[in-house]
Design a protein around this ligand. Structure first.
Ligand code: PEP
Ligand code: MG
Length: 294
């Protein structure tokens, strides 16, 4: 909508009573960057890095990844870019990973589980991200977390990567590290997890799938799929409250974050960030700016 664009571009995403929301964009490919800029995103809240792996028939090298992360960070010119580490497996398959066929891929060997079991793949990506962090405002988030132990293991690997870079004299910036809350386990223990990370980003696509036990790929189940199910909304609310208790921020990067019927409810819950498809940014900015909780 052209009129919306002219009226709301360059404006803050803030309620009439003064509460500011970070309104970021989701990105699944470098080609999305034009739309991200065009729609005036305040940052990138979910950079789905899998595409780098899916478009190739071999692992992308550290250098290839570095160039892309650096380019995105520089293009965003100081605005935050949250890179989600590799989330492959389940519906996203690449032959060269040689993943075994599984009975229940959504509940299988995927995402952070692959990264922790095959740390060389993980380290290559982390090195590329940390190197790129010298060229902009980069944050990292980790998908499919279920426990504090995973965060401890991640931290150990990150420390090794940073030590390597320091030894080589390669510069890197300050990088905030967060986790996705997209399993019911993570939401339920979000009070504990909040003490270990800099931010939460709620992945409602998977959180809904696992909470309702409804396969997000199975169209036959659409009739049972209630995107506004109270169980999911309560888990979101609880996660935000636990984040704030620990002094960190929480956002939503799943599709539900773009649901304009819920924008007011999310703002009232205290959500700090919404990361949505570029085309959803300005309509949400409009709703937030019209909200007055005073
Ligand atoms: C989610 O699960 O909500 C999410 C944002 O991640 P993806 O859709 O890439 O699984
Ligand atoms: Mg997910």
């Amino acid at each position: 909508n052209k009129a919306l664009l002219t009226a709301l571009k360059g404006k803050e995403t803030i309620t009439a009573d003064g509460r500011k929301i970070k309104l970021y964009a989701n990105m699944g490919n470098v080609s999305d960057l034009a739309a991200v800029l065009q729609n005036d995103a305040e940052g990138i809240g979910l950079f789905r890095s899998e595409f780098l792996y899916l478009e190739k028939d071999r692992f992308p090298t550290e250098e290839e990844q570095f160039q892309i992360y650096k380019n995105v960070a520089e293009t965003m010119a100081g605005k935050r870019v949250i890179i989600r580490t590799l989330d492959i497996g389940a519906d996203k398959q690449a032959d060269y990973f040689q993943l075994e066929k599984e009975e229940n891929p959504a509940m299988g060997y995927r995402a952070i589980r692959i990264c922790l079991e095959q740390p060389e793949i993980f380290k290559t990506q982390l090195r590329a991200i940390f190197r790129a962090s010298a060229y902009g405002n980069i944050s990292i988030m980790y998908p499919m977390i279920i426990s504090k132990e995973e965060i401890k293991k991640i931290r150990q690997i990150v420390e090794e990567v940073k030590a390597d870079l320091e030894e080589l004299g390669v510069p890197y910036g300050k990088v905030e590290q967060g986790i996705m809350i997209e399993t019911p386990a993570a939401a339920v223990i979000s009070d504990e997890l909040a003490k270990e990370v800099d931010f939460f980003s709620i992945g409602t696509n998977d959180l809904t799938q696992y909470t309702l036990a409804i396969d997000r790929q199975n169209a036959k189940l659409d009739v049972f799929y209630d995107a506004h199910h109270e169980a999911v909304l309560r888990l979101i609310e609880m996660t935000v409250a636990n984040a704030h208790k620990a002094g960190i921020w929480a956002g939503i990067c799943g599709e539900l974050g773009a649901d304009t019927e819920l924008t007011e409810r999310f703002v009232n819950m205290g959500i700090d960030e919404l990361s949505v498809a570029p085309g959803c940014i300005l309509p949400i900015r409009k709703i937030v700016r019209e909200m007055d909780r005073a």
